[in-house]
Design a protein around this ligand. Structure first.
Ligand code: SAM
Length: 324
């Protein structure tokens, strides 16, 4: 690196883009998909016929909302409902409505890395559900979890929906769950969705839709680099590529360079060279079964209390507590 290139990399976006695009093989974190455009594209993904995850979790909530909520607030003593990576909260609203209907005393705290997502969700809930007290926060999972333990003395129910945990490989997922465990007091609950292993083609299709919305979503990370870091990626020179390994249960998204090319990112004083067909790994969407979830929970000092599944057994939400 020359002196210009050694300029201080302040934001985590700058730092992580620089690290990922100078590594071999190249990678970028999927947490950077989400800005105003990325959020909108993800909402379109949730409507796709191929993207079964949202419908499956929605079905679970519609079918089991009463039982789920009973577990949230057994003593009726009130609690804080904290959601990590809340997005547009569409499914969460099913649970919020039921909580309001049953007169539970709770505060809803959605947390997301996307300011646009939090602003939209808070605005929408204030309009649609004025009886719900909402305290939105912008933050990254791992940073937020450090603050959560000392939030207050009330019971906490922490939700992680949409199989967001699937963006983390097992070693990182265990670190995440350990942080969650550390943020929980005895009696607190974790309610977390894990997408299940299934026909490999169904998994592949979910991340490789025919209309190309997922491809646009994947490429939005390059568009963000162009916009925010003054880059000159030509999005047409990259293609979206998806793989799924049924043995490990790991689906992976890549952006593949269709030709040899060099990209400038002015704000990082960085030139990135791509060989023809070189890849950038952008996302992991891990699939699970009960044994894997049990193992992850145990490694983190947690235990499964109960699980809820959709009719196809495509997806499961688990109620988890600290292991005593
Ligand atoms: C796949 S979407 C799912 C949204 C929602 N949980 C659902 O089930 O519909 C993932 C959400 O998590 C947020 N997110 C991703 N990585 C994050 C991170 N490291 N910290 C905080 N939020 C994150 C994104 O901005 C996005 O809103």
């Amino acid at each position: 690196m020359n002196s210009k290139e050694q300029k201080v990399l302040v934001s985590s976006f700058e730092k992580e883009v620089s690290e990922g695009l100078t590594a071999f093989p190249k990678y970028l974190s999927s947490k950077f998909f989400y800005d105003e455009i990325g959020d909108e594209l993800f909402q379109q993904i949730m409507e796709l016929p191929e993207y079964y995850l949202t419908r499956a979790e929605y079905e679970i909530f519609e079918t089991h909302k009463s039982s789920i909520i009973q577990n949230f607030d057994k003593s009726n003593g009130g609690f804080d409902l904290i959601e990590l990576g809340a997005g547009d909260g569409k499914k969460t609203k099913v649970l919020l409505e039921e909580l309001v209907r049953q007169n539970h005393d709770f505060i809803y705290s959605p947390i997301d890395i996307s300011q646009n997502a939090i602003d939209g969700l808070v605005r929408n809930l204030n309009l649609e559900m004025p009886n719900v007290t909402v305290q939105g926060q912008i933050g990254e999972y791992f940073e937020v979890l450090d603050r959560l333990k000392h939030m207050n003395d009330r019971k906490k129910v922490i939700m992680v929906l949409g199989s967001n945990i699937g963006n983390l490989l097992h070693s990182r997922a265990i670190q995440f769950l350990k942080k969650l465990c550390n943020a929980m007091n005895d009696g607190d609950l974790l309610f977390i969705g894990f997408d299940q292993k299934k026909h490999p083609q169904k998994v592949l299709d979910a991340y490789n839709d025919k209309t190309g919305v997922t491809a646009a979503f994947n490429k939005n990370i390059l568009a963000r680099i162009n916009k925010e870091l003054n880059g000159n990626f030509d999005l047409d020179k990259f293609m979206h590529w998806e793989t799924y390994d049924p043995e490990s249960g790991t689906a992976k998204s890549y952006l593949v360079s269709k030709e040899k090319q060099t990209v400038d990112i002015d704000c990082l004083s960085l030139q990135v060279h791509f060989e023809a067909w070189e890849s950038i790994h952008t996302e992991i969407s891990q699939k699970y079964d009960d044994d894997i979830v049990k193992w992850l929970a145990k490694e983190a000092g947690l235990k499964i209390v109960k699980s809820f599944s959709d009719q196809n057994n495509d997806y499961k939400d688990y109620l988890i507590t600290k292991e005593k």
